[in-house]
Design a protein around this ligand. Sequence first.
Ligand code: SF4
Length: 61
Amino acid sequence: MHVSISSNCVGCGACSAINPEVFEITGNFAIVNPHLVCGNEDSCIDAAIECPVKAINIDGF
Ligand code: SF4
C-alpha cells in the first residue's frame, strides 16, 4: 500500500487523530511516514474516508 497527501490538504488534523503513527501535521499540511504504513493499513483507509477534502490517496492494495 502506498499513501500520499495531495495539495488539497487543509491541515485539519483528522488523519493524525485517527492514525498518529502514519500521519503527522507539520504546519498546515499532513505528511506520511511511509515506514509505518505496513500494519496500519486499516486506519490509513479510515483516515482517507474521514479526510474532509479527500486529500489522502491510497494505491496498491
Ligand atoms: S484529514 Fe485530510 S485535510 Fe485533514 S490533515 Fe489529513 S490529509 Fe489534510
